[in-house]
Design a protein around this ligand. Structure first.
Ligand code: AHM
Ligand code: MG
Length: 335
């Protein structure tokens, strides 16, 4: 992982993407246009997230807040903001959002729209009221050129390996965008004074080992036996001292795993046979980032990125972490 040195020129995310694309002959710059829609939307969302408590208070006397807007739930605001910032970019063909429980196609525009954008507008939104970091996750696919657009599904239900780009924005103590277009993982930090995402870490690699596991251990009695065994092992003397860290916000839990190593798990439970996380909006983009950073993402049986999605609702177990630790979990998994 290379921290950007202080004497390097300031590079914004747009600049970085354009420079990256110039390395590919025939690149049209369309992806950078699309991404600027996402960066704009997440700047607006982060502003609303930062005001979350205030908006409630200011809106409590009537239904309007200071901007004269109706007070809305933040995940609805996030969803609409992404739609408004992206929906009118000609190259966005379809947008699919995991708003609330039911993902839906929110836009189908532009005959020439070449990209399909999938997002979880505000992941971990049950954490808003207690001021815990939340995030926006996105995944970008290319619309299949040879298939008629009257049925959206073949364009949407593509394996994660087909992703053109993916990333997330974490609304934490600072706002960071973590991004890959298949050419490494790069981190940009929002400088609120100038309103730009500035490159702060380039070519991030997960640490080679990390003795941290991240899982909702309260469900452990209903995890598959192999997962229980891993958790028992991690607490044993032989393991040499592990820590448990679980925020309950995937973006936060993965971000820590990316930078500090260790493993994040959402295994099958008695309640949810395939776990809770969604393949298209959560597991795929996270898996793309993890692999680009030298890590592993699996559902326990196969690589997340190779899973053929069958429905837009689909959930999947997820094990993601630095190579050695994820492999260790997988070695217990089948037991
Ligand atoms: P959401 O998309 O409805 O916000 O739910 C997803 C979140 C993830 O951020 C997090 O990893 C998981 O739910 C936590 O689930 P649990 O409370 O079962 O541990
Ligand atoms: Mg989510």
């Amino acid at each position: 992982t290379a921290n950007v040195s202080p004497d390097r020129p300031i590079v914004t995310i747009q600049q970085h993407i354009i420079e990256g694309q110039q390395r590919y002959p025939g690149a049209t710059g369309e992806l950078s246009w699309l991404l600027s829609g996402i960066t704009l939307a997440t700047k607006i969302i982060q502003d609303r997230v930062r005001q979350a408590g205030l908006l409630d208070v200011l809106g409590a006397t009537g239904t309007n807040n200071v901007q004269g807007e109706m007070v809305q739930k933040l995940d609805v605001i996030a969803n609409e903001t992404l739609m408004r910032c992206l929906g009118y970019r000609g190259n966005v063909g379809m947008m699919i959002s995991e708003e609330d429980a039911e993902p839906r196609i929110v836009q189908d525009v532009g005959e020439e729209g070449r990209y399909v954008v999938l997002f979880d507008p505000l992941d971990g939104s049950s954490n808003i009221d207690v001021n815990v970091p939340i995030g926006t996750i996105f995944s970008i696919l290319r619309r299949k050129p040879d298939i008629d657009r009257s049925d959206a599904m073949p364009h949407i239900l593509q394996a994660g390996i087909q992703q053109v780009a993916a990333g997330y924005v974490l609304y934490g103590s600072s706002t960071v965008m973590v991004y890959t277009a298949g050419d490494g993982v790069h981190i940009f930090t929002l400088d609120p004074a100038i309103g730009a995402y500035v490159l702060t870490q380039e070519n991030v690699q997960m640490p080679e080992n990390g003795r941290t596991y991240s899982v909702n251990e309260a469900y452990s009695l209903t995890f598959p036996r192999g997962v229980q065994k891993y958790l028992e092992w991690a607490k044993s003397e032989e393991a040499g001292g592990y820590s448990l860290r679980y925020v309950g916000s995937l973006v936060s839990d993965f971000h820590r795993t990316l930078l500090r190593g260790g493993v994040f798990l959402y295994p099958p439970t008695q309640k949810d046979q395939f776990g809770k996380l969604r393949l298209l909006y959560e597991a795929n983009p996270i898996a793309f980032l993890a692999e680009q950073a030298g890590g592993i993402a699996s559902d326990g049986r196969q690589r997340i990125l190779e899973k053929q999605p069958r429905s837009i609702h689909e959930r999947t177990p997820l094990i993601v972490g630095n190579r050695d630790e994820a492999k260790r979990v997988l070695s217990f998994w089948g037991e």
